[in-house]
Write a protein that binds this ligand. Structure first.
Ligand code: ADP
Ligand code: MG
Length: 339
């Protein structure tokens, strides 16, 4: 009698423990020109992830620079005021804000420049200086007018927008919110290098996000801990071409009209908002160590991890206790940037 009772108790415990581990659900989609994986735990996750995938596809259609039905296409082919969706409006507003904050390093009007270098067509070429100057004349965001009340975008002749530096981060924010509202408490999204987390892992511990080694894409050089936040990396290794031994990548320096040449191989930004981290990671890649450190001191709402051409890792002080070098990278030089 007693032994049977014990056995029953043990079975009940096992069932309870088994029942405690929430079920994992996952979706993989191709959108915004990249592979995206969405993982979420718990009974609410399954339906919510289907809706999340639909939401990302909707954003892809609205924000795409090549889809003829998109808001961005309408703005770029209008020649007059265009009323845009809430999503596009939010990103234009954020783009303008980050343009000011980063001293122009983040510029959502770089499309003519990016296209001239061949990054939209695959017909790569080194754009000569004179042509670059003419293209840059079309990127002055000071001439863009955005009215948030009517959500109207008015661009000067020749200006073309490209929200590609913000779109994946914004999509991650939107999906995180959708999952949260559905009752999901633990999720991790990887939208082509933009990682975003909802809550912590199911056992309550923080997520541990690997930061890719820009010199060996099969390896992670560091791990960053986050709960409820984004980890976004911009790097020259994501899209590039080579000519005469020189590498040219897809992130442009708006002051030169040529690929950014700040001495960085990659820039990772950690913070609460995916869209903001996305914009800041692109800007950090343009600005380099000193410029990014200045931005960080002024803003105070994000952290960074930068890898320079010598392989040195520069981290902001707030990451000191939240990051670690990965196995095999223990000897790597790390510089901590302080306020
Ligand atoms: P990825 O999309 O590869 O993850 P980013 O978020 O850094 O990388 O965005 C890079 C994209 O943004 C480029 O492909 C280009 O379309 C556009 N872009 C290039 N340079 C800039 C810049 N200085 N500011 C804003 N957008 C840029
Ligand atoms: Mg970006």
């Amino acid at each position: 009698m007693r032994r049977a009772g014990c056995l029953l108790l043990a079975l009940a415990m096992a069932a309870l423990l088994g029942g405690c581990a929430p079920e994992e659900h996952a979706e993989t989609i191709f959108a915004m020109d990249t592979v995206m994986t969405l993982q979420a735990w718990g009974p609410e996750a399954e339906d919510a992830l289907v809706r999340a995938a639909q939401r990302i596809n909707e954003l892809d259609r609205t924000l795409s620079v090549v889809n003829e039905d998109s808001d961005v296409w309408a703005v770029n082919h209008s020649g007059g005021p265009v009323t845009v969706s809430e999503d596009t409006g939010a990103l234009v507003a954020l783009g303008l804000e980050l343009w000011e904050e980063t001293g122009g390093a983040l510029n959502i009007a770089m499309y003519p420049v990016v296209r001239a270098w061949g990054f939209t067509t695959g017909e790569y070429r080194v754009v000569p200086e004179e042509e670059r100057a003419a293209l840059l004349a079309r990127t002055d965001l000071g001439q863009l007018d955005y009215d948030p009340d009517s959500r109207t975008v008015t661009t000067p002749a020749g200006m073309e927008l490209d929200l590609g530096s913000l779109g994946k981060g914004y999509a991650a924010d939107q999906v995180t919110e959708l999952l949260r509202e559905a009752g999901v408490t633990s999720a991790i999204l990887n939208l082509g290098g933009n990682v975003q987390t909802l809550g912590g892992q199911t056992d309550g511990s923080p997520w541990r996000i690997g930061v890719q080694d820009p010199q060996d894409l099969s390896a992670y050089l560091a791990v960053v801990e986050v709960t409820d936040g984004a980890v976004v990396t911009s790097g020259g290794y994501q899209r590039y071409f080579e000519e005469d031994g020189q590498v040219y990548w897809h992130i442009m320096d708006p002051s030169t009209g040529a690929p950014a040449d700040s001495g960085l191989l990659s820039a990772t930004i950690v913070g609460p908002s995916g869209a903001r981290c996305d914009g800041l990671s692109t800007a950090a890649f343009v600005l380099g160590v000193e410029g990014t450190a200045d931005l960080w001191r002024a803003a105070g709402d994000f952290e960074f991890l930068l890898v320079d051409e010598d392989g040195t890792i520069w981290i902001s002080a707030g990451l000191e206790d939240r990051s670690a070098l990965a196995a095999g990278y223990e000897d790597r030089r790390v510089e901590v940037v302080r306020p």
